[in-house]
Design a protein around this ligand. Structure first.
Ligand SMILES: *Cc1c(COP(=O)(O)O)cnc(C)c1O
Ligand SMILES: [Zn+2]
Length: 423
């Protein structure tokens, strides 16, 4: 495997590592799968489903050959991430109107979001380079995940979070894992710019999505979904888009599966952004050459609150390779879709629900046919943002279609009976 600049094609020599090429482009990891026998690999991946206490029990490292084959096993930092549920739900199906909807609950990862799929690989790589200090800037989930793995690896983490419009639950989780947290005035995009400039002076290993090892790890989400579905993927895969690392990884993972012959048909990808932070959707919809950053992004789906997604060029590759599309959805639709997912018993944080809101909208615009099958990636856990839950169910600032509020009935039989018997 090698690191290749996506803009100028420059290759790093073996052992060399950087986030940006001298031309400013990002690096991508390119594998050579020509020697692989797809049937043997399938058998190996299947056999590993019964592993317990080895790194291969992880839903990421199960696919090590496709992710980071060179890494010595003793450098793997894992919490047996991945291995997340794949569900179909009658109520979600009804809400969206399509024949078959699957959801992959990355919310069931150890730190509660899909960031674990990539972070285990980034931190393992950093460890293999003997780093003891890790960093990221984050709207909260990247930092929770990094802080968790850094602690497992006995290393330090230093994370940078905007001082507003992020979820306090995520910040608390990050602090609790022991990270040093720096709060700053500005947006996620300012934090990224700071790290791009100074991380190397500070001796920090950067775990943001500019780190190509995170992307490699996140490919496992679609590998695992494909494996659970017996290597037959639905017609469509839907992901939310913030920094666009997940959309990038999805496209790469699908390409791997297709190249190896694990799947014989390429699904189409839909990337959903929140209306208040949708520079990528605008780029695609308006057929622009360059992404125009949004200086003041705002959405209640705080994990999507990103105005200048670093991976936009890589995400364009996903659209190209899968005949993909983009869409943006208003917060109100995201929060109602979230309530439907929560009620189904699966649950997720707001950003994840952009997928179901997006699907519903794509079906009503007839861009997705009711007869097609769809897989939505649910990215984060329901308890990652209790402020939003609080506002949705108790507050009056959201026009909530599925409010479920407390009943102050006291312990009076006749009143309680009304709720239970006469409902
Ligand atoms: C990070 C994150 C996203 C956005 O993913 P990107 O790779 O940044 O596009 C969506 N949902 C949740 C819960 C996240 O943590
Ligand atoms: Zn370059």
């Amino acid at each position: 495997m090698k690191l290749v600049c996506i803009d100028c094609g420059k290759e790093l020599s073996k052992g060399e590592f950087d986030y940006h090429c001298t031309c400013g482009g990002l690096f991508d990891i390119v594998h050579d799968f020509r020697e692989y026998d797809a049937d043997l690999l399938k058998q190996l991946f299947h056999k590993r489903l019964s592993e317990r206490m080895t790194p291969y029990a992880s839903g990421v490292w199960r696919y090590k050959e496709l992710i980071f084959p060179e890494l010595p096993d003793e450098d793997i930092v894992t919490k047996y991430e991945g291995n997340t549920g794949l569900y179909s739900s009658a109520s979600i199906q009804k809400y969206t109107g399509v024949r078959q909807v699957w959801v992959k609950a990355q919310s069931e990862n150890p730190s509660g979001s899909f960031k674990d799929n990539g972070m285990t690989v980034a931190v393992s790589h950093g460890k293999s380079l003997r780093y003891k200090k890790f960093t990221c800037t984050s709207t909260g989930n990247t930092s929770s995940s990094l802080a968790m793995y850094a602690s497992i690896a006995n290393a330090d983490s230093y994370v940078f979070v905007p001082d507003k419009d992020i979820s306090i639950n995520k910040v608390l989780q990050t602090l609790a894992y022991g990270a040093k947290v720096f709060s700053f005035g500005g947006t996620y995009d300012h934090g990224i710019q700071f790290l791009e400039k100074y991380s190397s002076d500070l001796g920090l290993y950067v775990c943001n999505s500019i780190n190509p090892f995170r992307i490699e790890g996140q490919k496992s989400i679609i590998y695992e979904a494909a494996q659970y579905l017996n290597w037959e993927l639905p017609d469509w895969i839907i992901v939310p888009g913030g920094a666009l690392s997940n959309a990038t990884a999805l496209g790469k993972g699908l390409q791997d599966l297709f190249t190896l012959g694990f799947i014989d048909k390429m699904p189409r990808v839909a990337i959903v952004q929140a209306e208040g932070a949708s520079p990528f959707h605008k780029l695609v919809a308006e057929e622009k050459e360059e992404l125009i950053p949004e200086p003041f992004p705002y959405t209640r789906a705080s994990a999507l609150n990103i105005g200048h997604p670093p991976s936009w060029k890589k995400a364009l590759q996903t659209l190209k390779g899968t005949n993909g599309i983009t869409i943006s959805v208003p917060d109100e639709e995201i929060l109602d879709a979230k309530a439907v997912i929560d009620r189904s018993g699966i649950g997720c944080e707001p950003a994840s629900a952009a997928t179901i809101a997006g699907l519903r909208s794509l079906v009503s615009q007839q861009l997705i046919d009711k007869e097609e099958s769809v897989l939505c990636i649910l990215t984060g856990n329901m308890l990652k943002d209790t402020d939003v839950l609080n506002e949705y169910h108790f507050g009056d600032s959201i026009n909530a279609a599925f409010k479920n509020t407390l009943q102050n009935a006291g312990l009076t039989l006749n009143t309680i009976r009304k709720f239970i018997i006469d409902r």
